[in-house]
Design a protein around this ligand. Structure first.
Ligand code: ASP
Length: 595
């Protein structure tokens, strides 16, 4: 129905007869002449209807409205110099229409497709097919396509096989709840949707595939929070005969090449990506997904304050907690109200309180600090020497604001991380054009689950330990794992590990994690069996495709990078899912609902 796309027309086409088809982006009546901005996926071109030359299409053009679908034929003509539109790639030409057909009409859309105006998100999702017509969303779809294609090409060139794995499987633990699919044929039995293809990709290594990848859908029935979607997409990959560095080098090469190709204007901060041990990340940034575009690094102040008169610090340290803080440069003149806000912010982030110390810019140097230069609600409990030492440790200068939190390590780090991000936001330290990738390595193999009194796997139970049986048997809490995360600009962009490939070690890990033998047998038999038939050493990683597109396009919401996302409360407003089903359907599935 068309000989060329609207957005492709250039002055080279002058004089050609073309046929175009697309949507009416905008119509303007200028006395005699009618102008229609005709839009298809490629862009917009101006069509001109002249009643003196071609009265019929001109009459028809007078009736069309925004978003009608039309087909026009005519000659490409060069616009006169005054009417060239430098804002449009096709702006040097227009099409003088000789004939026109209406392919479909459109009701007045519930929002302007031709404007980047703010539209209620629910409305956008309900009419997603209209929302996706907008250039910004089209560009997102294009970027997502290009990124996935880049990945496919890159990995294919390196000998990876794209293998599809089933969606109807049995639960594989990634730490979330499973989505279940009732079986009609086997009453009372269920499939689970994969939280990831983890065991399947390991079985592909047992199968001798050696290099596997997949753009894989994952399903996790978690509570709606923040920027989650119940289903999402991963670049999932696995390799045999590799160690950590092989996987990290590959991902680094892939991500660097991809960002440099797809967003050449953005800057990858550091190559090679820094590899930061987990313990160091926690110490310096209070986070295992630090934003390293800026400093604001943490210092442990426990040693400095342990003899101070401040009771709060004393009791926290006595209880095994930590006292940690950082300097916010140049914020000594922050008004009292804002300081109070910061205290509230820290509390909302899980801290019991926040100690701030204002270091007056009047002090010639930290060594010259006197009482007059120090303002803090707790100043009377802290000697000048203690404050000086804190300033030295955190690298503070006169004119800075010291922010300190004391409490149990876990919640204190969470609050400090939130505060660090908040201060970076206020100080505008995070350059949006910079991409600061890093790998976090050397995670602990186990995490103590306080509530349930047992060990958990921070990654998943298939992760290989650093060292052998001796290490995990003597002190599980001190064992490190061969797992790694890819982080960028403060987001976790992916994670993976070298796996266990021997039955004895895998069984031992399940045992430490408190799985009974029956449970292990029921859930992991297939994998443990495979380990007994020559499974090679292997490892892999999965990186989030949505996170990747968010980074590429610099957008904050996951819903902006998915064609048909669910809302924040996991509703699909377009199909109105989830929905009730017929009683017959339920009966067939042997299901009776209780509410
Ligand atoms: N399956 C893991 C995940 O989805 C990634 C991996 O270990 O490769 O997080």
């Amino acid at each position: 129905m068309k000989t060329i796309d609207c957005g492709d027309l250039r002055s080279d086409h002058e004089g050609q007869e073309v046929t175009l088809a697309g949507w009416v982006d905008r119509r303007r009546d200028h006395g005699n002449l009618i102008f229609i901005d005709l839009r298809d996926r490629s862009g917009i071109v101006q069509a001109v209807f002249n009643p003196d030359l071609h009265p019929e299409p001109h009459d028809l053009a007078g009736q069309v409205r925004s978003e009608w679908v039309i087909q026009v034929s005519g000659r490409v003509t060069r616009r006169s110099d005054e009417t060239i539109n430098p804002n449009l790639p096709t702006g040097e030409v227009e099409v003088a229409v000789e004939s026109m057909a209406v392919l479909n009409e459109s009701k007045t859309p519930p929002f302007y497709v031709n404007e980047e105006s703010d539209v209620d998100e629910l409305l956008r999702l309900k009419y997603r097919y209209l929302d996706l017509r907008r250039p910004k969303m089209r560009d997102m779809l294009v970027m997502r396509h290009r990124a996935v294609k880049f990945i496919r090409d890159f990995l294919s060139e390196r000998g990876f096989l794209d293998v599809e794995t089933p969606i109807l499987i049995k639960s594989t633990p990634e730490g979330a709840r499973d989505y279940l699919v009732p079986s009609r044929l086997y009453p009372g039995k269920f499939y689970a949707l994969p939280q990831s293809p983890q065991q399947l990709k390991q079985l592909l290594m047992a199968a001798g595939v050696e290099k596997y990848f997949q753009i894989a859908k994952c399903f996790r029935d978690e509570d709606p929070r923040g920027d989650r979607q119940p289903e999402f997409t991963q670049l999932d990959l696995e390799m045999s005969f590799v160690d950590e560095d092989d996987i990290l080098d590959l991902i680094e090469e892939l991500y660097t090449a991809m960002f440099e190709t797809l967003v050449p204007d953005r800057r990858v901060l550091q190559k090679p990506f820094p590899r930061i041990p987990y313990a160091e990340a926690m110490a310096r940034y209070a986070s295992d997904r630090p934003d390293i575009r800026y400093g604001l690094e943490m210092s442990d102040l426990g040693e400095t304050v342990k003899d101070s008169d401040f009771r709060v610090f004393q009791s926290v340290l006595a209880g095994g907690g930590i006292v940690k803080g950082f300097a916010a440069p140049g914020l000594a003149d922050m008004p009292r109200r804002q300081l109070d806000d910061l205290v509230e912010f820290a509390k909302r982030s899980g801290a019991q309180g926040l100690v701030y110390i204002v270091l007056s810019a009047d002090a010639p140097s930290i060594d010259d600090l006197t009482e007059e230069h120090i303002k803090s609600p707790v100043a009377k409990f802290l000697s000048v020497d203690v404050v000086k030492e804190m300033a030295r440790k955190t690298g503070a200068n006169p004119g800075d604001l010291l922010l300190i939190i004391a409490g149990p390590a876990k919640s204190t780090n969470v609050a400090l991380d939130a505060l660090r991000r908040e201060m970076a936001r206020r100080l505008e330290l995070a350059d949006p054009n910079v991409l600061a990738f890093a790998f976090i390595v050397d995670f602990p193999l186990f995490d103590w689950n306080e509530d349930e009194g047992r060990w958990d796997s921070p990654h998943h139970p298939f992760t290989a330990p650093k060292g052998g049986h001796e290490v995990i048997d003597s002190d599980p809490g001190a064992a490190l794992s061969k797992s790694y995360d890819l982080v960028c600009n403060g987001m976790e962009a992916g994670g993976g590990s070298i796996r266990i490939h021997q039955r004895a070690m895998q069984s031992r890990i399940f045992e430490i994690l408190g799985y009974s033998e029956e449970e292990t047998e029921a859930r992991f038999k297939q994998l443990l069996d495979a380990f007994e038939y020559g499974t090679p050493p292997h490892g892999g990683i999965a990186t989030g495709i949505e996170r990747l597109i968010m980074l590429l396009l610099n957008v904050d919401s996951i819903r902006e990078v998915v064609a048909f996302p669910k809302t924040q409360s996991f509703i699909d407003p377009l199909f109105e899912a989830p929905d009730m089903v017929d009683d017959d359907q339920l009966a067939e599935l042997h299901i009776r609902t209780t509410e």
